[in-house]
Ligand binder design. Structure first.
Ligand SMILES: [Zn+2]
Ligand SMILES: [Zn+2]
Length: 166
């Protein structure tokens, strides 16, 4: 979707709001395509002293497989949009990820939302930021509680376990 900015492009202080639905179902993380639901983006673009400042948020629900605990999960995502729109990049070599160029007097919302989403997402896809993962010894999902491996570190218990196993 294209966002026409002709109303504000030469008018400091003016702003327009936007909302868009973007399809990011082709984004791949590992072996899965977690963005199965539409991605909603909304906010405003304000001409701040001649600079077009884009604010807003991206919301969606992703359905993925956690990189750490291998569980399937659904997770509501809300990511901030905080970007600057320019008519042309002053210096291509110093291109900032958060600066987007206009095409004529309009912005490519699909491209902006896709870029912001990808930049915000960790390369790892996690069911939650503090996912405990799996125990490297017994494979238990530690989000569901501690496993019994810890106790084996105690040499007395280890000795007892050996006795019991005999
Ligand atoms: Zn997890
Ligand atoms: Zn364990």
């Amino acid at each position: 979707m294209r966002l026409g900015l002709s109303q504000i492009i030469d008018r400091p202080g003016e702003s327009i709001s936007y909302s868009a639905v973007v399809d990011l179902s082709d984004l791949q993380y590992g072996t899965c395509f977690p963005v199965t639901e539409p991605v909603l983006a909304s906010g405003t673009v304000r001409n701040t002293a001649g600079v077009l400042v884009m604010k807003g948020k991206i919301t969606t629900c992703i359905h993925g497989i956690c990189d750490r605990c291998a569980a399937e999960f659904d997770r509501d995502m809300e990511l901030p949009i905080d970007a600057v729109l320019v008519t042309e990049l002053a210096n291509e070599e110093n291109e900032d990820e958060w600066v987007f160029t206009l095409e004529g007097d309009s912005a490519d919302l699909d491209d902006i939302v896709r870029t912001v989403f990808v930049l915000n997402m960790d390369s790892k896809l996690l069911c939650s930021d503090d996912c405990q993962g799996l125990c490297c010894r017994c494979g238990k999902n530690l989000n569901e509680g501690p496993c019994s491996c810890e106790k084996e570190i105690d040499p007395r218990l280890a000795a007892l376990k050996q006795l019991l196993n005999k």
